[in-house]
Design a protein around this ligand. Structure first.
Ligand SMILES: Cc1cc2nc3c(=O)[nH]c(=O)nc-3n(C[C@H](O)[C@H](O)[C@H](O)COP(=O)(O)OP(=O)(O)OC[C@H]3O[C@@H](n4cnc5c(N)ncnc54)[C@H](O)[C@@H]3O)c2cc1C
Length: 384
């Protein structure tokens, strides 16, 4: 085993850090407070090839894997700029299209996704299905050559920034179980019959969320991604990348928050010594640092397993769980260390709390991960 950073990863981390540092935490916090997309940073990272680092070279990507995309997620977040749409456009949509997209879909979408000029967001969540994918009720029905979609998705991030949405819809029902048979569709954001309504989220995030209404939205046969009725397996190919990149984002958030907190604790003196000399401050930060670094190890392992075509579900789930918990603890400790300043707009910590808190719920909530580990790691009876 080699636990040192590969030279290419060190170079990639340093390059992403250099681009993102020019923007910095205040750039992210201001955009989050205003709910404005971080377009300038996205474009700058895209120009250098970082947004599509995991996409195939033949389509203008970097030809790397999930490990490299995780480095991009972590390194930009560690400069105070966690980019949620890396999980969505680069990780889930990118990975699914690169694996299952038709040659025409790949030629149309991947090059612009790789350079950051175009985003493809992802829609699976529904008001009445939530964590239970088997209950998805958005349907896609064949009408001649076309497909007609009907149903509602909600909390879909970044629709206003995207050119297309990778939509999970039901195209049949399994006789034995009654579970929906799923298919994936690439739906342009301006497709007739599709309406996107903003869904205000109280946590300050630069990415906006939307409810999508598919009111007999019609797409051509070429919108189907992969095989009809095989969407469940196909979407699974993207779920581990989404979890691993979510974990990487959390590791970066944790590292940024702790660096900021340690800096503050070294310099803030309200009695005779810096507040960092009180163990009530330093131990909380030290504990959070240990948890963030442990999560970083599991994140790297999960990415490695995925890239080496080995089962990565357990490690991806564990990494996402550990990293979200560690990021939240780190941001909370950083806020506490800053005292009243922890809640001020100037110090930019509350938006980091918002995204770390989101990542405990999404893309898969903490309890579903515990269910997975109980069932698959510990061989306990399925509870739901
Ligand atoms: C800001 C934001 C952005 C999002 N972006 C996207 C996006 O781009 N695309 C997309 O498709 N979705 C997106 N989502 C949706 C997100 O993925 C879901 O909210 C998440 O998967 C949880 O689903 P739910 O909200 O329906 O919760 P539910 O499934 O209703 O669960 C609610 C809670 O109940 C508990 N729970 C549920 N089931 C079980 C069980 N079996 N055992 C134990 N406990 C359980 C958990 O604590 C869970 O948090 C986003 C959400 C937010 C808030």
């Amino acid at each position: 085993m080699d636990f040192t950073d590969q030279p290419e990863h060190t170079a990639l981390r340093e390059a992403v850090r250099a681009v993102t540092r020019a923007f910095g935490g205040s750039y992210f916090a201001e955009h989050a407070e205003r709910r404005e997309p971080t377009d300038e940073l996205w474009r700058a990272l895209g120009k250098q090839g970082f947004i599509g680092v995991n996409l195939p070279e033949e389509f203008g990507g970097g030809g790397g894997g999930l490990a490299e995309l995780a480095v991009v997620c972590e390194a930009s977040a560690a400069q105070g700029c966690p980019l949620l749409l890396l999980l969505v456009s680069s990780a889930i949509s990118g990975e699914v299209l690169a694996r299952y997209g038709s040659p025409a879909q790949q030629r149309t979408w991947l090059p612009a996704m790789a350079t950051g000029e175009s985003k493809v967001v992802f829609a699976i969540t529904e008001p009445d299905a939530g964590s239970n994918t088997h209950k998805l009720s958005t349907t896609a029905v064949r009408d001649g050559e076309d497909w007609v979609l009907r149903g509602t998705k909600y909390y879909i991030s970044g629709v206003d920034e995207a050119d297309a949405i990778l939509v999970v819809a039901r195209t049949g029902r399994e006789e034995a179980t009654g579970h929906g048979l799923l298919s994936l569709f690439l739906v342009p954001t301006d497709a007739p019959g599709l309406t996107a309504t903003p869904l205000p989220v109280a946590a300050p995030l630069p990415e906006r969320q939307f409810t999508l209404f598919f009111d007999d939205a019609r797409v051509g046969a070429d919108a189907l991604v992969g095989e009809p009725d095989h969407g469940f397996d196909q979407v699974f190919h993207g779920l581990n990348p989404e979890r691993v990149t979510g974990a990487a984002l959390c590791v970066g958030i944790g590292r940024y928050a702790l660096a900021k907190a340690a800096d503050y604790a070294r310099n803030r003196t309200v009695w005779d010594v810096p507040i960092g000399s009180h163990q009530g401050v330093s131990h909380v930060l030290a504990k959070a640092a240990i948890e963030v670094e442990l999560a970083a190890l599991m994140t790297a392992r999960a990415a490695w397993l995925h890239d080496h075509h080995q089962p990565a579900g357990e490690a991806s789930n564990m990494a996402k769980y550990a990293a979200a918990e560690a990021a939240l603890a780190a941001v909370d400790a950083a806020i506490q260390t800053h005292g009243g300043n922890g809640l001020s707009a100037e110090y930019g910590l509350v938006p980091l709390w918002g995204i770390a808190r989101l990542l405990r719920i999404a893309p898969v909530n903490r309890e579903m991960i515990l269910n997975y580990v109980a069932q698959h790691t510990l061989d306990l009876p399925r509870s739901y």
